[in-house]
Each structure stands twice: as C-alpha cells, then as structure tokens.
Write a new protein. Structure first.
Ligand code: SF4
Length: 414
C-alpha cells in the first residue's frame, strides 16, 4: 500500500486488509456506542465460553466465504478490534490467528486491541510471540493497542469504565515481555478533565514512551448513559445546585487541550500523522493508514463493516444471529449501501484530510467548491500545488469542519 502503487479510485483493487470485530466486553462503558455485548456479569459460566467458541468458528467460516467471493490477496494488515478482543484470552486469539496466518504476507502487521485487565503475564508472553503456530513464518508477535482512556481512575470512572486494572502496570508487563510495538489509546475532552489533569496524562504518556498513541476526542453518542448524565447535569446547572461532576467541557477548553497534546507529542518526537494519531518512527498503524487511503477492506464478525469498490455492507450486530446465518450457509449481512462517485470522492477527501495526504485535484474537483477551496488556501488550511490538494497541519486541527465547508456548495447545487 506504500509508495510505488498506481493511484486508483477509492476502495478499488484487491483486498489486502481485514478487520475482525470482537463484539464482547465485560461491561458496557457509559460513553460507548460500538456494537458489543456485555458478558462479564451475564450468562452462566458455561454460556460465555460456548459463545466465544462459536464466535471463533464463525469468523473462520465467514473468512472462507468472503475470501472466495472477492479478489483477496495476501493480507498486509489484520486488525482485531472491538469490543474487547483480549477478553477472548490467548488460546482463542491464537486459534483466530491460526485461521489467518497462512494468508498473511511475511511482513504483515497484526494488531490486537487489549484492555489493561486482560494484560496479565500469560497474555503478554503470547502477545510477544512466545507461542507460534506451524506456518507462522517470520511473524513476530502482535502489535498491541492498549485501551487506557486516562491514567487517572477518576476520569475512567467519569467514562463509566468499571474495570480497576492499572493501565501503567499493564503497559509495563507488555514491555517486559518484549512486545515489539505498543500503542496507547486515550481520550481527551472527558467531563472533569481540567487542563492540569490532561497535563498529568500527557506527562505519563511521555514517561512511558509508547510506540504509538491514539488520542481521540470524547464523542458522546446519543442514547448512551453518559449522554443522559450530561443532559441531566445541563438541566440542573442553572438551578443553583452544586456543579454536577459530569458537566461537559466547554468547546474552547477541549480545543485548547487538543492543541496542547498535539504540541507536546510532536515536541517529544512523535509524528502527528493523523488528526488523532501519533507514532514514533517506524510505528505508524499500517492498517489505519490503509483505511485512510481508502483501500478496500473486509470486516468480519458481528456488526463489522466492509467496503470493496462501490459497495459497503454491514453485518448483523447480534452475535447469535450472525453465527446462525453463517451456520446456515448464508451471509450475515444486515445492510448494503452502493456508493456513488460523489460519495466516494467526498470520502477520499475526508480521509486524506485527516492525515494530510495529497489528493489529485481531478479526483475530487466534482465535489469541491472552488470558492471555498480558494478561501481555505488563502487561510493556510489547504495547499494546492502541481494538481494535488493537501490539507496543511493547520487545517488538520479542523479537518472535518474544513471538509464540510469545501463540500457545501456542490451539495447545494445538487
Ligand atoms: S468502550 Fe470499549 S470496553 Fe467499553 S463498552 Fe465500548 S467497546 Fe467495550
């Protein structure tokens, strides 16, 4: 996917990237809108292992089915996300990887999302590559994305993260075991996250020196428990009661926090290569880069999304319905969307804007308003040179809003 390939229309070409959605969590966090089922407190002791085993078999069946249906080449990246993939444990994760290993390139990047409470010594040893299946070839362990959210327990509590495990101790165990690439996944804009508390998280990250950092702004989806708590806090704010501990941060505080962490990580030698992502040299997330470059990808598992060519489809989110469809020899598809040329062009620009990648102007000119483009170039938010358009570092701070402005006029003209 890197240099040397001919530019092609968004999502066209053979599939070399697979995302596997693991739809299980111990408990639901208050802010989360991802497709996942809480298994920590529910179900009998025998139900959950059976559910996990059926899930692993289902992914294997879905992979075989999709592999036969599309032009799938050796995979350059495989990403196990969720949900909480680490909840499956090393044995089932190993079984899952065994399904894919024969289909990976020797240098393939394999990423597993891990929650701190699962990262014990046995898990860390597995992640470091202590155990290999026949045919694993040159594959050395896996890349880990560790879900921290915040190093401060009170901020994790504000997000409704019930698990108590210390993310710093989990990171240390993974490092000590020899995991070659560890990323930390954090959130900013958390209710109650003062500039001082954010500075504390930044200092801990710089102290640990992870290979990769994803630092997303809190996105409170409608219908989540946190959205309801924030709405209640807003309702009481003017009533003279004491300040609610879950009040949302003001927009300017969030924006200042974001600028601060971008500055701190950049100064510490991290490449700010996407709106929310930072990497030390040689540690950019190749799977995410492929998505941002609009490469075709297959999504397997309940709720997973795939995009190949002009077609995007989404699986049934219910693990049992998904498994039943596969067991009956049917595709577990819930919905299908045909992407028209304008939608693909807009997505191409939106994705490229997030990482400052150049886009051939002719590929997006049909959906970009020339006046808005000129104004944005004048403001230093984009540069247009040699027939390519690129969103600058300054523009990346406001990438999504910038694209909306660039798109508006063509949409109105319809
Ligand atoms: S935030 Fe992560 S761990 Fe929490 S419910 Fe969502 S997917 Fe599960």
């Amino acid at each position: 996917m890197h240099g040397g390939e001919t530019p092609r229309p968004p999502f066209d070409g053979p599939v070399r990237h697979v995302y596997v959605h693991v739809p299980f969590c111990r408990a639901r966090c208050d802010y989360c809108a991802f497709a996942s089922v809480a298994v920590g407190g529910g179900g009998s002791a025998t139900d959950v292992p059976r559910l996990f085993d059926a899930y692993v078999e289902g992914v294997a069946a879905e992979w075989e089915r999709e592999r036969a249906a599309h032009d799938v080449r050796r995979l350059r990246t495989l990403y196990l996300g969720g949900g909480t993939p680490s909840l499956l444990g090393p044995d089932r994760l190993e079984r899952l990887l065994t399904v894919f290993r024969p289909h990976l390139t020797p240098q393939a990047e394999v990423t597993v999302e891990v929650n701190p409470e699962d990262a014990g010594t046995e898990f860390a040893a597995w992640a470091a590559g202590a155990r290999r299946s026949p045919g694993s070839g040159a594959l050395r362990g896996v890349r880990i994305s560790l879900g921290v959210q915040s190093f401060l327990p009170e901020l994790r509590a504000a997000l409704g993260r019930t698990a108590q495990a210390d993310p710093r101790a989990a990171f240390d165990r993974l490092r000590a075991a020899g995991v070659a690439s560890i990323g930390l996944d954090l959130i900013h804009g958390i209710p109650g996250q003062t500039p001082e508390l954010l500075a504390g998280d930044i200092a801990t990250v710089l102290d640990l020196r992870p290979d990769h950092v994803s630092w997303y702004e809190l996105d409170v989806s409608e219908g989540t428990a946190l959205a309801r708590r924030l709405a209640r806090a807003e309702g009481t704010a003017g009533g003279g009661r004491r300040a609610a501990p879950v009040a949302a941060l003001a927009d300017d505080v969030r924006a200042a926090g974001y600028r601060r962490l971008v500055r701190a990580l950049s100064r510490a030698g991290y490449d700010w290569y996407e709106v929310s992502n930072f990497a030390r040299p040689g540690h950019k997330a190749r799977h995410n880069l492929a998505c941002w470059r609009a490469r075709p990808y297959l999504g397997l598992g309940p709720g997973a999304v795939s995009t190949v060519g002009a077609r995007r489809w989404t699986n049934s989110a219910d693990p049992r319905a998904w498994a039943a469809a596969l067991a009956a020899g049917r595709r577990p598809t819930r919905s299908v969307e045909e992407l028209d040329d304008a939608t693909r062009a807009r997505e191409r620009l939106l994705l490229a804007a997030r990482c400052g990648e150049p886009v051939p102007l002719e590929a997006v000119s049909a959906v970009v308003d020339p006046d808005a483009l000129a104004a944005s170039a004048g403001a230093g938010l984009v540069s247009v040179r040699g027939g390519t358009l690129r969103v600058t570092r300054k523009g990346r701070h406001v990438a999504d809003g910038l694209c909306v402005r660039l798109f508006r006029a063509p949409r109105l003209r319809g």
